[in-house]
Each structure stands twice: as C-alpha cells, then as structure tokens.
Design a protein around this ligand. Structure first.
Ligand code: SAH
Length: 232
C-alpha cells in the first residue's frame, strides 16, 4: 500500500475537518503492512486487499475521528487487530486511546504495532471489558466495532464511561437503536446522535452515539454468561 491508495480518505474525512499529514498517511500504510504480514501467521482480519482495507478498516475506523475533544480519554473495547483504535490514534495525536481486548494474542500484536508506529497516545490492555473494574468511570468515550449486539454492548461499555461520556457504537444501519432502549433505561443512558455515512466502497454505516447520564447502577455489568443469555 502506498500513500496514493489512501487518497480516497481525504474526501471521506472532509466533513470532520481533519486532514492527514504525509507522516500520518505513511503510518497508516505501515500499519497495513504490519497487519497483513502478521496476519499470515494468525488470523487478524479477513480483509487484506488494499482497496477494501482502506474502505472497511481505515475509513470506517476514522468515521468517529471528529467526535473527540482535544485531551479526551477514549477506550476501544474489543479492538481486535487495532480497529478503530490504531487509525484513530494515528489521526488524533491530541487524544489518549486505550485499546482493550480479551485475547492476548491480539493485544500483543497491537502493543508491538503501537511501538513500531511510535504511538505514544495509545495504551493497550488485555482483559474483558465487563471485568475491568480498574477502568470503570475513566473514559470520555468508549468506541466499539463488531463486538456484540447493541444491548449487550451498552452493558459492557457503559461502566467504563464517566458520567456524561458517550459510547460510540459502529454499526450497519440494519441494527436499529431501539434494540438497546431498555438497556439505556436500566443503565441510565440516552441516544445522543446518529451519524450515517457511506464508505468509499459504497457501503452504508452508522455511528450510534449513546450518552451515560448517571453512574451505572449496582449489580451491573453482570457476568458475560448472563449478559449474553438475558440481554437487557
Ligand atoms: N474491533 C475490531 C475487532 C472485532 S472482533 C474490528 O472491528 O475489526 C471482536 C473482538 O472483541 C475480538 O478480538 C474479541 O476478542 C473482543 N471481545 C469480545 N468480547 C469482549 C469483551 N467482553 N471484552 C473485551 N474484548 C472483547
């Protein structure tokens, strides 16, 4: 991948007011090579061709790039190979990111990639979001892409937010926000906004921004087995 393969990103990013420098573009290209090289020894992503990678991983990850205030603390729950955390950390050096995943193989990859990319604003943690008590109440934003359905996602992610903070759920428009209406009621949240967008390859996506209005009630989050079998 070369910087010219990323030219579609400048149009995509226009509404956010963010422009990528040559150095940031180089870093995205380098991250592509790290993911695809390491992905040969264990499965990191099924998307490897350059143009799909730019659309499905880079543009999609960067859809939220304009949402964060400078100095914000952002957690990416279920980061996998580093999406959306790594592209966001490259594009927003003024924001602090924590990439969290329960699979150590993946967090080891993201840790090594962050080091090679010189991303001092990205910290990587291994563990399950619902068990990570030391991170509760710490974040202005929690992002999550392709982790679980909206209702369980709200239960996994809300405890990590400060009161007044927002969950940014990366979704396809087929999943409606009404799916988490009860979870928001129980966990004291409300839909803040929906941002619909089209990826450079023409696919439709949406960010559901869900605000935490007051501290998470006692007893939540429940254990994963319960969250999964009896979603709110
Ligand atoms: N966000 C990435 C990866 C999605 S795959 C992307 O969009 O490409 C889902 C990832 O979430 C997996 O790596 C899995 O290990 C992680 N995960 C699932 N449940 C989790 C939990 N409760 N806490 C932390 N990570 C979780």
């Amino acid at each position: 991948m070369t910087p010219s393969d990323l030219s579609v990103l400048s149009d995509f990013l226009k509404p956010s007011g963010i422009t990528l420098s040559a150095e940031q573009t180089e870093k995205l290209c380098f991250f592509y090579s790290l993911v695809t090289e390491t992905g040969k020894s264990f499965n990191l992503t099924s998307i490897t061709d350059e143009s799909s990678f730019v659309s499905r991983h880079f543009a999609d990850s960067l859809a939220a790039v304009g949402l964060f205030d400078s100095g914000a603390e952002v957690c990416d729950v279920g980061t996998g190979a580093g999406f959306p955390a790594v592209p966001l950390a490259i594009a927003r050096p003024d924001v602090s990111f924590t990439a969290l995943d329960s699979t150590e193989k993946k967090t080891m990859f993201v840790t090594a990639a962050a080091k090679r990319l010189g991303l001092v604003n990205l910290t990587v943690r291994t563990g399950r979001a619902e068990d990570f008590c030391s991170l509760y109440g710490k974040f202005d934003f929690v992002c999550a892409r392709a982790v679980t359905a909206l209702s369980p996602l709200v239960e996994l992610c809300f405890p990590l937010l400060k009161t007044g903070g927002c969950l940014v759920a990366y979704k396809t428009p087929s999943e409606k926000p009404s799916a988490c209406a009860n979870a928001l009621f129980v966990l004291h949240g409300r839909p803040e906004k929906e941002i619909h967008y089209t990826l450079p390859d023409g696919s439709s996506r949406v960010l559901y921004v869900l605000k935490k209005l007051s501290p998470t009630p006692k007893g939540y989050p429940r254990k994963w087995a319960q969250i999964k079998t009896k979603p709110l």
